[in-house]
Design a protein around this ligand. Sequence first.
Ligand SMILES: [Zn+2]
Length: 284
Amino acid sequence: MLQRERVSDNIYVFQSDLYAQVTAGLVVGDDWAVAIDTLAYPEETLEMREFAEKELGLKVKYVILTHYHADHSWGSCFFPGALVIAHQRCRELLATRGLESLKAARRGNTVFQNTKIVLPQITFEQGQMQLRVGKRLLTLFPLGGHSPDGIAVLCEDERILFAGDAMMSLPVIVDGDLEEARRSLKQLSEMGLENIVQGHGDVILRGEIEEAVQSNLDYLDAVVKAVRRTARKKYALDDLRQSNVEACGKDRVLLAGLAEQLHLKNLVAVYRQLYGREPLSAGD
Ligand SMILES: [Zn+2]
């Protein structure tokens, strides 16, 4: 079952029970709706579409993708006729990595037999893009750190931001950039937001934003410290494997239990970014 939350009059947030608490949203206009991201499994995206069509009586006319990762983007094909909007880099990454990982996913899993990669028809690279949905105005702008193609969507009137994976209950920078991730987090705390819809995890309320942002900045600092401690080690990877997510200030139950696994990937990514090489293991 998909969790559904109404965060304002015409804004809904969906959260997956099946994969890492990934989220997607619907912004409802007078004659049509906009989806912001899709969900990890086809059945979940279809449930979202059914809600729009049956309960709200509206078709989804646009799908905005915050980035190209499978759990956010692969459901676009379940909104036939909708135009897909994303960063130009998202289009490039879907055409290359996206197509390849879908091929691989199909080999082991029948769930994705009907999934197709839809390349965004409307893209932008810098600055902002705006979209009117009924009376409301959505502003799209780049927000990096988690991936090279990240964008966020601001519902101007409500000051509700769909931050994509630039904001998660546990930052993940495996496919991104540490400094950019820090910059994005700081930017979020200065925007005067009412809510942040993070790419994974619960909606963050105004009074919780500062603490949530600070917790993520502290976590990234702790990861850097843990990596620096291995600087002179020959087999740094073995040391990194000893570091656990809780020692870096985050709960292991986050992201439906994926936290520990993603934490190790973060450590390796930061090691690579700081030292320009792979950490080695004595077992390699
Ligand atoms: Zn992602």
